[in-house]
Design a protein around this ligand. Sequence first.
Ligand code: SLL
Length: 256
Amino acid sequence: MPSATSTKRVRDCKGVSIFRPFIFGSEAQPFDPAKKPPHVPADHTHQWRVFVKGVNGEDISYWLKKVQFKLHETYAQNVRTVEQAPFEVTESGWGEFEIQIKLYFVPESTEKPQTLWHSLKLHPYGPDAEGMKERREVVISQNYEEVVFNEPVEQFYDYLTAGLGTPQPLKGKSGKNAKQSQQQRGGRTAEIPYNETAGNPYSRTAENTELDRLADANQTVEQMIKDEKERLIEREKQLAELRESEGLPTQSTKKR
Ligand code: SLL
């Protein structure tokens, strides 16, 4: 009996890895003492935000289900779970610390959660740290990261590459065709399209042509090496004959 969620690994794509980029990090700003909100504890010097987000505002919730941020123990209820985008926690405080960020993927992925660490930065750093401090500038500390789904299960692979916002149940064996038609409609995909278009010179056809060209070039180089070796052997032979006719030792030039 077929199960609701396909946990089969993608059959025809052994070795397939799907990458999804994201940004994680923090933004912090010192309070202006004159405008500090009344509910903020007296010893809190900064307002900050820790986040996990898509690159250029891209939606990542089709693969990221929830994020657990583990703050320093000095915070009340220091484990904060964010179940939907924006995946972020806003807080205030006085000190810097390491934040544990645990990414939970959508259940269709059958992937285990992944843990990242981020150092919360409150104080400016870098060449203009002093100037930034004086101007009470926002301190941003963020990283680009990629989550890698190795040999994803079939259903997850299909909707990761189909450009669908929500998981779609697989209908029979139509997964592949469905994927292609989504691609033709310009959906989000991790795969290279089959043919190039005006705006996109990268295609599988172009890739194959390039691979053929490289294989040809490789063959030419191999042949050149072979020819060169033969020529060398012939020269060595001629040299040995010459030495012999002159009465010189034939191996004098070779030390090894
Ligand atoms: C430090 N090792 O000493 C670090 C710890 C903890 C920061 C920093 C708590 C705010 C609150 C807060 O800012 N903790 O009281 O809720 O720098």
